[in-house]
Design a protein around this ligand. Structure first.
Ligand code: AMP
Length: 214
């Protein structure tokens, strides 16, 4: 089963994708994570993407579609994909159809996480992750059980994304509204879009997604 999690930055796509990975053996394909990895390792793609990402704008369709194609090639055919943060433009949506077809795969569901944009700034600017295993936390909503120690792996190092500041978040949301939200009708025509209340608690959102996936 291949699915897209769609929603503005901070809607909870990454959190839900990680939970689906753990519970269903699916694989999260986050172009944001791939690009951050490329920036960290100073690859040619990373060097090109860094400034664009710091501004909260979108990197080119070609770059992200190539990353997705390479990941799908490396992945087993029997593992379901959760697209997180991709596609983000009509061009990427077209590329995804082509790439999936070339791997003998097709989309089963597009799940839109509906959220109140005003609440997203607080969600995003407070979030941080374990530097070791990537588990997500939040200053207000989800501190580690033992302060300063990751619940999952025990690491004491955490990190914050450089683009999780208010100014960049506003640009990222504007990009979502202008370029990503308009791709929904493509999937609505196919009858594969479902909507989930992304303002509900993490467990409730997971339950709603489970009900859709069956
Ligand atoms: P994310 O982790 O999904 O919030 O992505 C972080 C940043 O990476 C975005 O603000 C963009 O600059 C870039 N990015 C991630 N995915 C894409 C994509 N599919 N298309 C274009 N840019 C992307």
């Amino acid at each position: 089963m291949d699915i897209i999690l769609l929603g503005p930055p901070g809607a909870g796509k990454g959190t839900q994708a990680q939970r689906l990975e753990q519970r269903r053996g699916m694989r999260q394909l986050s172009t944001g994570d791939m690009l951050r990895g490329a920036v960290k390792h100073g690859t040619p793609v990373g060097l090109k993407a860094k400034e664009v990402m710091d501004r909260g704008e979108l990197v080119s369709d070609e770059i992200v579609s190539e990353l997705i194609d390479a990941e799908l090639t490396a992945m087993g055919d029997d593992v379901g994909a959760i697209f997180d943060g991709y596609p983000r433009t009509a061009g990427q949506a077209e590329s995804l159809d082509r790439i999936l077809a070339s791997h003998g795969r097709a989309l089963d569901h597009v799940i839109e996480l509906e959220v109140d944009e005003d609440a997203l700034v607080e969600r995003i600017t407070g979030r941080f992750t374990c530097a070791q295993c990537g588990t997500g936390y939040h200053d207000t909503f989800k501190q580690p059980e033992v302060p300063g120690v990751c619940d999952k792996c025990g690491s004491t190092e955490f990190k914050r994304r450089p683009d999780d500041n208010e100014e960049t978040v506003r640009t990222r949301m504007a990009e979502y509204r202008a370029k990503t939200a308009p791709i929904l009708p493509i999937y609505e025509e196919r009858g594969i879009v479902s909507r989930v209340d992304g303002m509900a608690g993490i467990e409730d959102v997971t339950r709603a997604i489970d009900a859709i996936l069956g």
